[in-house]
Design a protein around this ligand. Structure first.
Ligand code: ADP
Ligand code: MG
Length: 332
């Protein structure tokens, strides 16, 4: 690894950017596609439950208590929102008899006598979505459908908050030469469209974790260098597939640090343009150092070949450029 890269990796670490190798700096410097996960990455990842819609026999409280029990041991931020809302209404959280998380879709659980499913329309959906759900979706909310023993009993709506530094950070990344920025989300079309429009980026909605990997591969096959930012919840494989996978919100998800190539030690989007800047600066210095060494050796070899420089001196002079390179790299 060139010394300039080592210097940069050290400097970046002091700012809270853990870069796992010099080759990622090289990829960042030539990256032209940036893919973004939404929940927990662009948003704070702490959605709040805003609505509980009872569709038939069950009360709002019963629906919420049932959903909270099913979500009892899910690590998804939406599960946390459901549990929080249940606790806020003074409901007791039951433990489910059985629990299964379905990445990118929701959860299935056995709660007492009831088979419960909580998740997106794709998890439970057949037929036409209830009108009340469509209305909530138009407000840009994320919907969780609650099914008990095969019957759709309720709809929960949640809203998340955009991280405040995101718009400026994305504008800077674009200015630094990343031509295409795209939001990839498992959330519904309307939530995705509203956020994408606000940020001025492209988007794809209703994606499963494996679709996110497929999108990364699609861009790579077209010859693009792909950077992806995610939080590791459902998107760890896509982070690993990207030329540079960046894990945001590291504190919560050890899986993300494992899969990613760069980990942010603070949940701060200003570190993203900073990372691109560090990478391009580093590659400029690396090229300068390479050019310097080549020129130096050419001159040294010529002088030695012409007999102007005694062989012993020429050999000693070989180590001199390293000092120049060190000096140049220390600027990083
Ligand atoms: P994103 O791509 O925005 O990070 P995810 O892939 O994590 O979103 O989830 C996609 C969708 O799947 C969510 O919007 C939600 O409808 C549903 N979902 C995922 N996990 C859960 C869960 N534990 N409980 C309820 N719904 C879930
Ligand atoms: Mg996510």
């Amino acid at each position: 690894t060139p010394i300039a890269m080592i210097a940069s990796i050290g400097a970046a670490a002091r700012r809270g950017l853990l870069i796992k190798g010099g080759k990622y700096l090289e990829a960042l410097a030539r990256a032209d596609v940036l893919l973004l996960d939404k929940t927990g990455t662009l948003t704070l990842g702490r959605p709040q439950l805003t609505d509980v819609v009872a569709l038939n026999s069950m009360s709002q409280e019963e629906i919420l208590a049932l959903a909270a029990a099913a979500e009892r041991s899910s690590e998804h931020p939406l599960a946390e929102a459901v549990r929080e809302a249940a606790v806020a209404r003074g409901l007791a959280l039951r433990d489910p008899e059985q629990f299964e998380a379905i990445p990118g879709l929701g959860v299935r659980a056995q709660v007492g006598e009831a088979h419960v499913a909580v998740g997106s329309w794709r998890l439970i959906g057949n037929g036409v979505q209830p009108a009340s759900a469509t209305e909530l979706e138009q407000q840009g909310k994320t919907l969780l459908f609650v099914v008990r023993n095969g019957e759709l009993v309720g709809v929960l709506a949640a809203a998340d908050t955009l991280r405040p530094e995101v718009p400026v950070a994305l504008a800077e990344v674009r200015r630094l030469g990343v031509g295409h920025i795209e939001l990839l989300t498992g959330d519904n079309e309307r939530v995705a469209a509203a956020l994408a429009e606000r940020l001025g980026v492209a988007y794809r909605a209703n994606l499963m974790p494996e679709h996110k990997i497929a999108v990364v591969k699609e861009y790579q096959e077209q010859g693009h260098t792909v950077v992806m930012v995610g939080d590791g919840v459902n998107d760890a494989p896509a982070l690993a597939q990207a030329d540079v996978g960046i894990a945001m919100g590291v504190v919560g998800t050890p899986l993300a640090i494992e899969a990613a190539h760069v980990a942010l030690m603070h949940e701060d989007w200003r570190l993203i343009p900073e990372l691109f800047r560090i990478a391009s600066r580093t590659m400029r210095v690396v090229k300068l150092n390479l050019g310097f060494t080549a020129a130096y050796n050419l001159v040294g070899l010529s002088l030695a070949a012409l007999g102007i420089l005694p062989p012993v001196l020429a050999a000693a002079a070989q180590s001199l450029p390293d000092i120049g390179i060190l000096a140049n790299s220390s600027r990083l």
